[in-house]
Design a binder for this molecule. Structure first.
Ligand SMILES: Nc1nc2c(c(=O)[nH]1)N[C@H]1C(S)=C(S)[C@@H](COP(=O)(O)O)O[C@H]1N2
Ligand SMILES: [Mo]
Length: 417
């Protein structure tokens, strides 16, 4: 008996579909992987000292960040993309999480790290890394999405892969000290008309103004991600986490927090990261990332690699306003919708994994997903978003994405009207 895969057991042990992998193996005669002893079962493997710090096995070598060379002038002030088409679950490993730098990633030792808190405070203070470690800590999972994620798609279906259309996002478990703890420590004037201006130690400094209400609510001064120190490219040793708000505000290599009575209106919050409307005016203070979702598989870089029958459709949904409560999936370009299965009830301001377990008849599909969050906000179509915002926008594009899947199972980025 070699038909012991779960699928066959579920169906009473009978081989029912020639398209199933086990069916094909049977048809071609005995499978040497089953009938012959294999080297890996005969010889011993690597010792425990071979990889003191592990890397993905070489067969996963394609699960890597990629960039789009024509998108930016150089790699110092640039972006690369998370391979979301090849990941599952919700946590993004730091080693393949997208990076966005305005002046390159810097190497800053914990010993050389200083965080100044000044401005409208009773005791202007400078904290070392080791000082920060002595405040009570919290652990939270949050997504970080660059406001430019999906930005190229305003103009029409552009980039052929979920990694490139939606990969400016990562989702990590952070350990850190609430920003409010430090504000209380220095005796900050926390009146709600005040702001905090935060900046990084890199050459760009990436300064941003954050309203006091948000600073007191859930911002974290984070020093661990997914259990270990932040990677250099994500702001080692300390970054600011601004849950649900655009990635640009998540200042890396955080060096200064100034309590101030007005917004600074820095470059990053005026000429950048704002959306120019049809009439030439710009939307101001568009911090929250609205509900959004994308099917990660099948997708252009992750085609259907098997025949008809059981097909797992998988994707990600998130909302800067809180929890994802429902995700719908359409296989016909938005005419009919089926409620997808959420892997677990969504965490606040974190990625939620959804699945639709279906039978594929081998026909063409126009795959879409639509996220709904706890505020009952429904992810808009591209035309709904264009009606509101016109065609000039780049940032804050949370529209429904469409993948065309052909009869061979290959997928392509398309737009449906
Ligand atoms: N100091 C500093 N912080 C920064 C940036 C930067 O260039 N310098 N880039 C910002 C932008 S635009 C984004 S989208 C996020 C990206 O975080 P990541 O590189 O960990 O993905 O960091 C933000 N924080
Ligand atoms: Mo960004």
């Amino acid at each position: 008996m070699i038909n012991t895969t779960r699928r066959n057991l579920l169906r009473g042990g009978a081989l029912i579909t020639a398209g199933l992998a086990t069916g094909r193996a049977m048809a071609n005669g005995p499978d040497p992987l089953i009938t012959e002893p294999q080297d890996w079962a005969i010889y011993t493997g690597d010792g425990v000292d071979a990889t003191p710090y592990g890397m993905p096995i070489e067969y996963e070598g394609g699960v890597i960040r990629r960039n789009v060379p024509w998108l930016t002038a150089d790699t110092i002030s640039s972006i690369n993309f998370t391979p979301i088409h090849a990941l599952d679950g919700t946590i993004t490993p730091q080693g393949c999480a997208f990076e966005r730098h305005h002046s390159g990633a810097i190497a800053l030792r914990k010993e050389d790290y200083r965080l100044m808190v000044n401005g409208l405070v009773e005791t202007p203070s400078v904290f070392s890394y080791f000082d920060l470690e002595r405040f009570p800590r919290e652990t939270h999972v949050y997504f970080c999405e660059c406001a430019a994620n999906t930005g190229m798609e305003w103009a029409g279906a552009q980039l052929n892969g979920a990694q490139f259309t939606h990969g400016m996002i990562h989702n990590m478990e952070y350990v850190g000290v609430p920003l409010r703890t430090l504000l209380f420590e220095v005796g900050a004037d926390i009146s709600l008309k005040n702001w905090v201006y935060v900046e990084g130690a890199d050459a760009s400094s990436n300064g941003r103004s954050i309203p006091m209400e948000k600073a007191l609510q859930d911002c974290l001064i984070a020093f661990k991600a997914n259990g270990e120190g932040l990677r250099m490219e994500h702001g080692y040793p300390v970054r600011l986490v601004v849950p649900g708000w655009e990635g640009n505000m998540w200042v890396k290599w955080l060096r200064r927090i100034e309590v101030i009575d007005r917004a600074v209106e820095s470059r990053e919050e005026t000429s950048k990261y704002t959306d120019v409307l049809e009439d030439g005016t710009a939307r101001k203070w568009t911090w929250v990332m609205d509900a959004k979702s994308v099917i990660t598989s099948p997708s252009p870089q992750s085609p259907i690699s098997h025949g008809t029958g059981s097909l797992v459709i998988s994707g990600l949904a998130w909302s800067g306003h809180g929890k994802i409560t429902r995700v719908d999936v359409s296989t016909d370009g938005g005419k009919n919708w089926t409620i997808a299965r959420l892997d677990k009830q969504g965490d606040r301001k974190a990625l939620t994994r959804f699945y639709l377990d279906m039978e594929w008849d081998g026909g063409e599909m126009l795959l879409q997903s639509r996220a709904i969050d706890e505020t009952n906000y429904v992810q808009p179509t591209k035309s709904q978003l264009r009606q509101l915002r016109g065609e000039n926008s780049i940032y804050h594009n949370n529209c429904i994405q469409t993948w065309y899947v052909n009869e061979q199972g290959q997928a392509e980025n398309v737009e449906v009207s």
